[in-house]
Design a protein around this ligand. Structure first.
Ligand code: GTP
Ligand code: MG
Length: 345
């Protein structure tokens, strides 16, 4: 996540779906599993994002992820709200994403914001998988905490398995109605042409190993080229939010998807009128989870590399726009970078 040098950057995974279908719970489960697996601190809580390193993914996924098979550094998850009024945040998440997880409650099936998310993913041509969540609510379910889903299915009664299958096939049918051919993920050969459905429970952790394994596999197989960047080059990112922060004034919550950003870098930020040119005073990341409620919420860092979430404190940010581009100038011409930002706005 913050490892310097060339090589491969962390893929950005947007988590999208209808309100209450379990997006945040799934990420909480991943964070919680990482802590209890003894990898405490291995998960960095970024601004607006959660970075999960490969070693942690492999700890959670067990035999489903052999770290030797991968050279991507991990995954950076962006949570999005499902309430209908937050459609700009969903679009922004979708636009930033290299891949996405569409979370669907198995009991509720497709709902308005599920369809909206599908439209965003179509428009941005973002490959995605479906997390069919809350399988533990199936009548007669026999929970198998944190196990791969096929192992858990073997422990279910025929009746419970059949009830769940009916719901899963409804979801597959809805995907097909929306022009996506889909199947249970273990039957999918080509994840570019077919959507893999992963039955999961954010409550019990069943299927979470599978979800992480499929995301890693999909990224490694189809996204290696796009992930090959100079992670020390001049950074590029998107403003998620413009926020007043005590002691820092107006700050920007940014997701960096290319290069790096350092304290004292000159940055150009899209704004209401002319782009803002300013100098980074501080780069802030949240304190590790255990300390998140203490007074000192942020930790200053000297540099972050893509992909990462970071809060930028700098003078003159009042007119900055959420959704706008942020570019590090470094050894390039300032005028050229300003032009780049203007064109992208
Ligand atoms: P928004 O951010 O508001 O769009 O919702 P969300 O998609 O982040 O849903 P959230 O994770 O907040 O979960 C909504 C409710 O569903 C909470 O009460 C969770 O405890 C519950 N829930 C989420 N996942 C599961 C699951 O796998 N099983 C069960 N039984 N409950 C779940
Ligand atoms: Mg949520």
């Amino acid at each position: 996540t913050t490892d310097a040098g060339g090589g491969l950057r962390t893929p950005i995974v947007a988590v999208l779906g209808h309100v209450d279908h379990g997006k945040t719970s799934l990420l909480d489960k991943v964070r919680g599993s990482a802590v209890t697996s003894g990898e405490a601190g291995a998960i960095t809580q970024h601004i607006g994002a959660t970075a999960v390193p490969l070693a942690t993914i492999s700890d959670i996924a067990g035999r489903l992820v052999d770290p030797d098979d991968f050279d991507l550094p991990g995954l950076l998850f962006i949570d999005t709200p499902g309430h209908h009024s937050f459609s700009t945040l969903r679009s922004r998440g979708g636009a930033l994403a290299d891949i996405a997880v569409l979370v669907v409650d198995v009991n509720d099936g497709f709902q308005p914001q599920t369809l909206e998310a599908i439209d965003i993913l179509k428009r941005t041509q973002t490959p995605f998988i479906v997390a069919a969540n809350k399988v533990d609510t199936t009548p007669g379910w026999n929970p198998q905490p944190d196990t791969p889903i096929q192992q858990s299915l073997e422990a279910q009664s025929d009746r419970a398995e059949q009830t769940l299958n009916e719901k899963l096939y409804e979801i597959i049918g809805e995907l097909s109605d929306n022009d996506f051919s889909a199947d249970m993920y273990w039957r999918v050969q080509n994840f570019r042409g077919n959507i893999g459905v992963v039955p999961v429970s954010a409550e019990t952790g069943e299927g979470v190993p599978d979800l992480l394994a499929v995301l890693m596999g999909l990224s490694q197989r189809y996204m290696k080229e796009e992930m090959s960047i100079d992670t020390t080059g001049p950074g590029a990112g998107t403003v998620l939010e413009v926020k007043e922060e005590r002691g820092f004034g107006t700050t920007l919550d940014v997701v960096l998807y290319d290069g790096s950003i350092r304290t004292d870098d000159t940055v150009v930020v899209g704004a209401k009128n002319d782009p803002i040119v300013t100098e980074v005073r501080a780069l802030l990341q949240p304190q590790p989870l255990a300390e998140i409620r203490t007074e000192k919420r942020f930790e200053k860092v000297d540099e972050v590399s893509a992909a990462a979430g970071v809060k930028i404190a700098a003078p003159d940010l009042d007119d900055a726009l959420a959704g706008a581009p942020v570019r590090v100038v470094r050894d390039r011409s300032e005028a050229e970078v300003i032009e780049e930002v203007r064109e992208e706005l």
